[in-house]
Structures are given as structure tokens and as C-alpha cells.
Design a protein around this ligand. Structure first.
Ligand code: COS
Length: 384
């Protein structure tokens, strides 16, 4: 995307988010539902297919551009981003990165247009952080696989049209090498979706169990046509997803900071705006400094990804730092609001709950630390 087009797109999003999405936040939180017209408008803007290559009907943005657009979108409640999040991120990228030409042609255009919602089905009741221990089984029978198992906390599952599914094709290999990735039509016989989970926040964004009972998946839907590659596909998808998530955290942080700053500038105590007090200023300054640090990390890692560098370690650093950063910002913003910050009347209370998820999903902070430290040790070994 050239600079001018990107800037125009950002400007459009900037207006759309403030004029259309922010006024809907309360309603979405109260009804736990994104209005259908919003989904349609997002589809018309191309938001479902930002990261899908142009030849398959998407906008084909690189990670740097994706980060800028996602930061813009996340001025509004993060649940709006969630509508398009999986189609651009973990739901589609397995096909984009490792799918065959035929698989890309068949699935990506409908994902890019928003006709199909793409979900990522990795986590299971007994396999969360230890993703390689997953038990869902895909047993080969000639030109098809038969899938049995349960996936848990699957984002956008209730709306999903297609799943990127990780399942064990080699029962003799209990580790990462026994796992394969599939494209599964959500309408396949034998798939049932659990009731949407009741969550701490993020009302309007839905997660649910997905249960597979003797689901037949054509062998043509094995991503890349190769068994045993599914864990690596999932890890690559998560590397990119972690940069996307860091952008979500950075965008949300800007909004939270704006709320804190405006409140501090308006709220009078002891005869003056509380923003005049140095202890409040310290909190504001810490918010700004950390938000800037996270954005700088993100932009650096995104550029290096776009230049073809392996940035697994940096993506984990970004997701780790940005999600912890936005948690600290939300906490300070509530503190600056004082009693009002604890009241549902002020949006900062909702944001405080919403951002708590970012330190957990797509790899907890502890998993990011583990990925970072392992990479450091590997680099040391390579240096000798
Ligand atoms: N890119 C490509 N390949 C990768 C990779 C990456 N980022 N990370 C790991 N791999 C490969 C490894 O190279 C290894 O391949 P070989 O056996 O050929 O060497 C294989 O995958 C297994 O890797 P590893 O031994 O590191 O796997 P572990 O079981 O130790 O697990 C962690 C690694 C913990 C990092 C992984 O399970 C993980 O990310 N867990 C969190 C999962 C998660 O984010 N869940 C969120 C829900 S999904 S929204």
C-alpha cells in the first residue's frame, strides 16, 4: 500500500471510529452484540481482508501498515477489532503462510470479504500454554480425515464460517511433530458450538467451545498438503498475531490515556484541576512514556518482519511489554478517576476489564517470557 493510500485509509478509520463506533460502545457492552450494519460497514471498508494478499481479494497490507491501522481502529472499544481480528490474524494467516495455491484461491477471497469468519482452533481444555500436548485427533481414512475432540475459548467461534484447526494426525508422536493444520468448514456435519462463554469483559466479542464428533475433513484441506507441520504453522501464525495484538494494546492505550488526561484536566479538587498536582502528573507521564516505548518496539519489530527477519523473539517482547503496559495504564487511569473510575458510568471501568485479557490470550505473559529467554539462550549457544 503506498503512503498516500495508507494515510487516507487511516483518516477514514479515524473518523469512522470516533463518529460511528465510540457512540455504540455502551450499547454493545449492554447487549453483548455488535450490530449487523457495523459488520457490513467494516466489510465494505475492506477491514476483514487487510492482511490477505491483493490477488486473493484482500488489501495486502504488510505488518507495519497493519499495525498502524489496528492502532487507529483500537481507539474504540477493543471488541470492534475482535470482529475483524481473526480474519486478519490467526484465522487466516495459516492459509496465507502455508496453504497451497488451491487452498488460498478457494478460501481467502471469502475470508477477505468477510463472507466467512475465520477462527483459530488450537487451545483445548487440557492444552493451553502447552499447545503441543493437544489431543484432538484427525485420523486419516483415504482421502479424508475424521476429527474428534474439543477446542476451548475459541474467539469468534459462534460466528465462524471456517476454522484453522490444529489436530493430531500421528498418535504415535505426542509432541509438536504429530500435529497437522486443517481448514475446516464450520458447517461440516458433527461440529457443534458451545454456549458463548461468560467473560470478565470484552462483551460483544464471543468465545466458545467447539466440539468435533466424527467430522469428516477432505485431505485437500490439510494446510500445505503436509502432515506434521501444523504446530509450526500455528507458531508462525502466533508470531505475527503477537505483533497484531501489540498494536491492539498500543491503540487501546492511546484511548485510555486520553480519558485519563481529559479527566485530570477537568476534575477540580483543592481549588484546581487535579492535573496540576505533581503526583497525578507522574502517573500521566508514566503512561505516556510506556505507551511510546511500546509503540516504538512495535514499529521496529514490524519493520523487521516486513524486511524478512525472523522476529519470534521481538514479537514476544512486543506482546509481553504492550499487554503489560496497557494493563498498567488502565490501572492508573482508574486511579486518576478516583471513585468515578470504579463506576460503570465511566468507560474507563469497562476498558480496565477489557484489557485484562491481553496479558492472557495468544500466549500469556509467562509464555512470552519463556519464548524470549529461550531465544536469548539459543543465540548465546550459536555465538559459542
Ligand atoms: N516459528 C516456527 N517454528 C517454531 C516456532 C516459531 N515461532 N516456535 C517453535 N517452532 C518449532 C520448533 O522449531 C520445533 O521444531 P523442531 O522440532 O523441528 O525443532 C517445534 O516448533 C516445537 O517447538 P518447541 O520445542 O519450542 O515447542 P514447545 O512444546 O516447547 O512449546 C511454546 C513452545 C511454549 C512456545 C508454545 O507451546 C506456545 O507458544 N504456547 C502458547 C500457545 C499460545 O499462544 N496459545 C494461545 C492460544 S491460541 S490464540
Amino acid at each position: 500500500m503506498d503512503r498516500e493510500t495508507l494515510q487516507q485509509f487511516k483518516d477514514t478509520l479515524h473518523r469512522y471510529v470516533r463518529e460511528r463506533l465510540v457512540p455504540l460502545e455502551e450499547e454493545v457492552a449492554a447487549t453483548d452484540r455488535i450490530p449487523d450494519p457495523v459488520r457490513r460497514e467494516m466489510a465494505e471498508m475492506g477491514l476483514f481482508g487487510m492482511t490477505v494478499p491483493e490477488e486473493f481479494g484482500g488489501l495486502g497490507v504488510n505488518v507495519s501498515e497493519e499495525a498502524e491501522l489496528v492502532m487507529e481502529l483500537c481507539w474504540a472499544s477493543p471488541v470492534f477489532r475482535s470482529v475483524v481480528g481473526t480474519n486478519n490474524g490467526i484465522g487466516s494467516q495459516g492459509i496465507v503462510m502455508d496453504g497451497t495455491e488451491e487452498q488460498k484461491r478457494r478460501w481467502l477471497p471469502r475470508i477477505a470479504s468477510g463472507e466467512l469468519i475465520a477462527s483459530f482452533a488450537l487451545t483445548e481444555p487440557s492444552a493451553g500454554s502447552d499447545a503441543a500436548s493437544l489431543k484432538t485427533r484427525a485420523a486419516r481414512h483415504g482421502d479424508r480425515f475424521v476429527v474428534n475432540g474439543t477446542k476451548r475459548f475459541i474467539t469468534n467461534a459462534p460466528q465462524a464460517g471456517v476454522f484453522t484447526l490444529m489436530a493430531r494426525t500421528d498418535p504415535g508422536n505426542p509432541g509438536a511433530g504429530g500435529i497437522s493444520a486443517f481448514i475446516v468448514d464450520a458447517g461440516s456435519k458433527g461440529i457443534s458450538i458451545g454456549k458463548p462463554d461468560r467473560k470478565m469483559g470484552q462483551r460483544g466479542a464471543h468465545t466458545a467451545d467447539v466440539i468435533f464428533e466424527d467430522v469428516e475433513v477432505p485431505a485437500a484441506n490439510l494446510i500445505g498438503g503436509k502432515e506434521g507441520q501444523g504446530f509450526k504453522t500455528a507458531m508462525k501464525v502466533l508470531d505475527r498475531g503477537r505483533l497484531h495484538l501489540a498494536a491492539v494494546c498500543c491503540g487501546t492505550a492511546e484511548r485510555i490515556m486520553d480519558m485519563a488526561l481529559r479527566y485530570a484536566a477537568e476534575r477540580q479538587q483543592f481549588g484546581q484541576p487535579i492535573a496540576e498536582f505533581q503526583l497525578v502528573q507522574a502517573m500521566l507521564a508514566d503512561c505516556q512514556t510506556e505507551a511510546y516505548a511500546a509503540q516504538s518496539m512495535l514499529r521496529d519489530a514490524a519493520r523487521r518482519f516486513d524486511e524478512g527477519e525472523n522476529i519470534s523473539k521481538e514479537a514476544a517482547c512486543c506482546k509481553y511489554y504492550a499487554s503489560e503496559m496497557v494493563g498498567r495504564l488502565a490501572d492508573r487511569a482508574v486511579q486518576i478517576h478516583g471513585g468515578a473510575g470504579y463506576m460503570a458510568e465511566y468507560p474507563v471501568e469497562r476498558f480496565y476489564r477489557d484489557v485484562r485479557l491481553f496479558r492472557i490470550y495468544e500466549g500469556t505473559s509467562q509464555i512470552q517470557q519463556l519464548v524470549i529467554a529461550r531465544a536469548m539462550l539459543k543465540e548465546l549457544k550459536a555465538k559459542g
